[in-house]
Ligand binder design. Sequence first.
Ligand code: NAD
Length: 353
Amino acid sequence: MMDSFTFPGLTTRVIFGAGTMARAEEEVRRLGHDKALVLSTPHQKADAQKLAQSLGGLAAGVFAGAVMHTPVEVTEKAVDAFRASGATAVVSLGGGSTTGLGKAIAVRTGADQVVIPTTYAGSEMTDILGETAAGEKTTRRSPDIRPETVIYDVDLTLSLPVGLTVTSAMNAIAHAMEAFYAPDRNPVIVLMCRDAMAAFRDGIPRLIADPQDRTARTQALYAAWCCSTALGYVSMALHHKLAHVFGGSFDTPHAETHAILLPYTTAFNEAAVPDLLRPMAEAFGGGSAGGGLWDFARSVGSPLSLKEIGIEETDLDRAAAIAVKNAYANPRPIDLGSIRELLQAAFEGRRPG
Ligand code: NAD
């Protein structure tokens, strides 16, 4: 039980179920709009066109140019397309890259956002926008960035490849892990995170056996909502900082980077706050939260080492130096030596704890 807390409330409207994408039109109209631009990556263009067709006169067109890390050049093209189309809202269909583009348009134009997430990355419930300009990624938070409505449709996740299913789930678990020790956590978020751990632990192995398992897909998407809410409403620390260092300065793939770092960042902070991370240790077994997550990662075929994603041992000093450059809140004090050690273990893929 927590003795004291602040619960900020949850402002985003959430529709969850199967076949719920059909409710996009009603949700856009509910926000008071009669023209919306549909967004997607090039890969999901056909799905976006289908969605636009189903929106009929409400659709102002499709912009299928979303790419990872929200480059400003792409956003500028998308804002031009948005303005030319006469739309006043966006419908973002896809993973974190597409949601990021919708947020970038919203923050520049005041557009409302209806987001239909198709991965477990968890951008949809947050007020966070990461953008890349001249090769540098910066992150900002603002109430204008948080989407108005999120439609979770289990049917859209059936096509998520097994590899991305696993790493995207690990990405989501990382949000919950850091929420368990966030100084501004509250009982609602902690309960959601506990529920999410059980749902992912049970759902992911079933999805490896059968990616079309609807019950497991429902469990995983529900867990993703819980973890996204945690990311959107409480502070993150070391884990997200390190993932940002690798993604931003070494251009490593987003979900895999989170997946690889997670057991190591968990073990690092578990040494300082074992009680707060006990729900993780209980969910994954293995005697410790860090060790249990590593065992889980291995059992579901998630990548385990930084060397698997192209990081060289000689990169580790620079990564550690960037990670400790600016101070930020973390349950365990951070210094160059201990972060370098953490990165060595993550580079080699050694089981922590
Ligand atoms: P992504 O959105 O780039 O998707 C990866 C690929 O998978 C894309 O080609 C996409 O079209 C495809 N895809 C997505 N869903 C699919 C499905 N159901 N079936 C088949 N293919 C599908 O990857 P991601 O991991 O979801 O998002 C990563 C990006 O999101 C990063 O840029 C990251 O910084 C950002 N992010 C931001 C926040 C935030 O709060 N601001 C949170 C999490 C992630």
